[in-house]
Design a protein around this ligand. Structure first.
Ligand code: RP5
Length: 164
């Protein structure tokens, strides 16, 4: 079974991550969800990242807001792919978290999605896991077909509205 971890910097990030968790589960990814803070529990963050590959995780998603160092710290301690989710939880509307995650120094990448882009983070994770777990390739194709059907439906509604 494909396996990933989703870490958030605070319990206050949790509600915005429900879609991410649901998406991973829909694709059959075994996801471990934890609250671990790079600033408030730095030793635990390091320990989690150092043992992540051994524990069987294949990718790590990190969600955090404000001066969001979680993804960078986790990435520093593992060579697993790390996906950063900047959370909008500050007076700066998440721009601080976005820049903290996306502007990593050369050598330690964090694949950063949009501010509050948690569902895209889940999908990117599935795409990474699909390199090894072939069953996910078909599921991703089906998901894209559903997206396309949604657009076609929206187009039909707009065309109808223009006639009304
Ligand atoms: C970050 O600071 C967390 O990821 C959260 O988005 C933000 C606020 O945390 P709390 O003060 O609500 O715990 O570390």
């Amino acid at each position: 079974m494909p396996r990933a971890a989703l870490i958030m910097g605070s319990q206050s990030d949790f509600e915005g991550l429900r879609g991410c968790i649901a998406t991973l589960k829909e694709f059959g990814v075994d996801v471990t969800v934890r609250v671990i803070s790079a600033h408030r529990t730095p030793d635990l963050a390091a320990q989690f990242a150092k043992s992540a590959r051994e524990e069987g995780y294949e990718a790590i998603l990190c969600a955090a807001g404000k001066a969001a160092h979680l993804a960078g710290v986790i990435a520093a301690y593992t060579t697993l792919p790390v996906i950063g989710i900047p959370v909008k939880s500050s007076a700066l509307d998440g721009m601080d978290a976005l820049l903290s995650m996306v502007q990593m120094p050369p050598g330690i990448p964090v694949a950063t999605v949009a501010i509050d882009g948690a569902v895209n983070a889940a999908l990117l994770c599935v795409q990474i896991l699909a390199l090894k777990h072939e069953g996910l390739v078909e599921k991703l194709a089906t998901h894209r077909e559903k997206l396309a059907a949604g657009v076609a439906e929206g187009d039909a509604k707009v065309q109808q509205a223009l006639k009304d």
